[in-house]
Ligand binder design. Structure first.
Ligand code: DC
Length: 222
């Protein structure tokens, strides 16, 4: 069977990671969470304690090795061999990652790693620019979204389940701010590829959304 490249793009909190992970498990594809890669660079930068400087962060991103290891339904993330899965989804990192991911040098470094990871196919990548920049010839492209209220609600629940102290209004504000930053930046802004399927997951379950995407993949695999 043909090993495809599947691109899932969309705004923050649209459920891309959850869906991409679920679909990858079902069809035995590798899953690459490109948002986690920008978060990993952000985490590493925070660790350095250095002042915010594009050149410094760009160089840091070029030297970093980021790896994924799926285990028991969790996509474990490693930066230079250290597990950072639980450290990259805090509100602090979420706030910083958006401006940091707009640094051109960081994007060049991450896109190169993503292309290497996906070049053999049999892979699902989720992010903002997969179908437009990273793999413009991806076999399946989905633009996954949901209303801002539903996206905020989903992220809020994730934080609460992890025992974090957050309030819904702040989570919604952060999501709206990131939507704006991610879609108005000059380099690789979040936008739907012309040939992507638009999928609004508002009110849909994970199983329902996964089933739609699996159907699209199966149609292309023959
Ligand atoms: O999907 P996420 O919320 O984990 O992504 C974190 C940030 O990384 C997001 O605000 C924008 C950036 N990002 C990006 O610029 N390009 C990608 N392909 C993935 C994420």
């Amino acid at each position: 069977m043909k090993k495809l490249v599947v691109a899932i793009d969309g705004p923050a909190g649209a459920g891309k990671s959850t869906i991409a992970k679920a679909v990858a498990e079902k069809i035995d594809y590798a899953y690459i969470d490109t948002g986690a890669m920008y978060r990993a660079v952000t985490w590493k930068f925070v660790q350095t304690g250095h002042v915010y400087e594009d050149e410094f962060i760009g160089e840091l991103s070029e030297k970093m090795t980021i790896e994924f290891q799926p285990k028991n339904g969790v996509n474990h993330v490693y930066a230079d061999g250290k597990e950072i899965t639980d450290f990259i989804r805090t509100p602090e990192i979420s706030k910083l990652v958006s401006p940091l991911s707009a640094i051109p040098r960081v994007r060049v470094a991450m896109v190169a790693q993503q292309r290497r990871m996906g070049e053999k196919g049999g892979v699902i990548l989720d992010g903002r620019d997969i179908g437009t920049v990273v793999f413009p010839n991806a076999d399946v492209k989905v633009f996954l979204t949901a209303t801002v209220d539903e996206r905020a609600e989903r992220r809020y629940k994730e934080f609460i389940e992890k025992g974090m102290q957050v309030n819904l209004a702040d989570v919604k504000k952060d999501i709206m701010q990131r939507d704006k930053q991610d879609s108005t930046r000059p380099v690789s802004p979040l936008k739907q590829a012309d040939d992507a399927i638009f999928l609004d997951s508002t009110g849909m379950t994970i199983e329902e959304v996964s089933a739609v995407i699996i159907k699209l993949i199966k149609e292309k695999q023959v």
